[in-house]
Design a protein around this ligand. Structure first.
Ligand code: FE2
Length: 234
């Protein structure tokens, strides 16, 4: 068998630190022993693959999953998914989840004193196209408080999960919005040491996808694995 081709290591500081003390739960999760490298095998680089049927035709549009439209500012979020050599990652699953416009998730663990929206589930799915592009229509999520430290608030964000071609390219991350005043104070965002890598998690306002009379557009490109991989959420 041909030796399996590896992935380049991420450039120094471009992925979050396992231990970032101001992100309190990282103190419990961070490894306390040296890491052991497990080489990728055929299982990690060839799958999983997903049939088209697992994505409903309107699953990309989070504003049309109920009888009425959700409250909040409608937005378009789109971008291109690339591999470490800048090639498009085609036909691959992209999933998002997010809080509603008031900053609350529809989840029993979320007890934030803010209203749920009966018309917003906050979950979307799509496949990338021939050029690795994806597109969601959603509403801008609200900031929400969390228990990390007194008066802690998460900046507005959308959670992303991607598989790419295989488990080895799996990425779970968060997309932020330009100009958010909470970003300089957010321990999760700031757990990525390298400024450029950190800022790659901030979407860009995008006239090309801003839709007249409908929605502002934000662009968020994603790189799976390699030297300049989009930072993972830890
Ligand atoms: Fe969140």
């Amino acid at each position: 068998m041909e030796p399996l081709q590896g992935y380049r290591r991420p450039a120094r500081g471009t992925q979050p630190e396992y231990l970032h003390p101001s992100y309190v739960s990282s103190q419990k999760r961070a490894p306390t022993q040296p890491l052991i490298s497990l080489p990728d095998t055929i299982s990690e680089i060839t799958g999983p693959t997903f049939p088209r049927e697992i994505v409903a035709p309107m699953a990309f549009d989070l504003t049309r999953q109920s009888k009425s439209q959700p409250l909040g500012e409608r937005i378009v979020v789109s971008g291109q998914v690339l591999d470490e050599d800048n090639r498009p990652v085609r036909h691959s699953l992209v999933e998002i989840w997010q809080a509603n416009a008031a900053g609350r998730y529809r989840h029993k663990a979320d007890q934030h004193n803010a209203p749920l929206d009966p018309n917003f589930a906050g979950v979307g799915r799509t496949f990338t196209d021939e050029e690795g592009r994806y597109r969601f229509v959603t509403i801008r999520p609200g900031a929400y408080p969390w228990k990390n430290h007194p008066n802690a608030w998460r900046p507005q964000h959308i959670h992303f999960s991607l598989f790419g071609p295989a488990f080895a390219t799996r990425l779970v991350t968060q997309m932020y919005f330009p100009g958010d005043p909470l970003l300089p104070f957010d321990p999760i965002f700031n757990s990525v040491p390298d400024e450029g890598a950190r800022n790659s998690l901030i979407s860009k306002f995008d006239w090309a996808t801003t839709t007249p009379e409908i929605a502002l557009g934000f662009r968020f490109d994603i790189i799976l694995r390699g030297r300049y991989a989009t930072p993972m959420e830890r």
